[in-house]
Design a protein around this ligand. Sequence first.
Ligand code: IPM
Ligand code: MG
Length: 371
Amino acid sequence: MKLKIAVLPGDGIGPEITEQSVRVLKAVAERFDHDFSFDKAVVGAAAIDLLNSPLPEGTLELCKNCDAVLFGAIGDPKYDNDPEAKVRPEQGLLRLRKELGLFANIRPVKTYQKLLDQSPLRPERIAGADIEIFRELTGGIYFGERNTAEDGISATDVCTYSVQEIERIAHLAFKAAQKRRKKLTLVDKANVLETSRLWRKTVTNLSKEYRGVELDFLFIDNAAMQMILNPTQFDVILTENMFGDILSDEASVIGGSIGLLASASIGKRYAMFEPIHGSYPQATGKGIANPFASILSAAMLLDHFNLTEEAEAVRKAVEVSINHNICTPDINKSSEYGTKKVGEFIELNISDPDNQIINDENVSLGQMTII
Ligand code: IPM
Ligand code: MG
């Protein structure tokens, strides 16, 4: 298959981690005989510094001319700490989502047997958790009217949703549930918010088309608690933009590191793949950032184009890496493996999955010399 992939490394650790997922995708192309090409462009703070815009026209143009976008991370503390800043890196990502019509953000959360002890939650509570969060991505309070009053003593952000916006993502979530454990939980705040009541009504109506899927509802405050108390109760979670943002960061605790969570953002025409973590400025350039989330996002890219065997090969390689403790320090404190080494290990595992050295006991003993 021929695929044109736009690579937007972005800020902070973004460039280091996307370098690894590109490495992995190249190994996939080589082994499975595909033709993947990669074109880079700037976004976020890096783009403001260079071109005075968080999403330069050239970057948007490139994304629209590619089959998929691989996105790194966005954000810079110099803007976080300046409430007066008129231009912000995050605006680049938000505009990109809107311009590409990426209305559904899919964030899978699962546990790895080997990492159960990594989570601050009790292993017996999280073992077996396997959740797919469907977060609406181009509506709600993120994109409503906003303003600060002239006197500067009040500000407004409006949250709006239409039936059509709710339906299009709900269809995808129901379909995903059909292929999984057939349970869909709508998370909202219908006891308070008008928009949430519209979500409930719309999703309930739609559920008649998906009789095999059990639909239930949770208020966001309760859902946040249930996510920690009993995450195995969830299968597919459907929720609006901001609740999904918050709930997915919380859910990352289950996996043991936010550095493990990948995501796919899907629209009618375009698709983008990005880790859910931020730009982690404290780690920038240190070579310690976890590339798994970006690499697993690349696996979701492969899935999107029905390259299932290829996607599985990537996920399998990540699992081998975890099982052999070839992980960055966020997972294995005493690890001597950095971002690049982990990426190289996965690359090697994909190019040569039967390699004895990879599967050898030496790896787990930390005596592997090939990387
Ligand atoms: C995410 C991020 C973004 C969001 C930020 C960087 C704008 O937190 O993708 O979860 O809030 O959507
Ligand atoms: Mg977030």
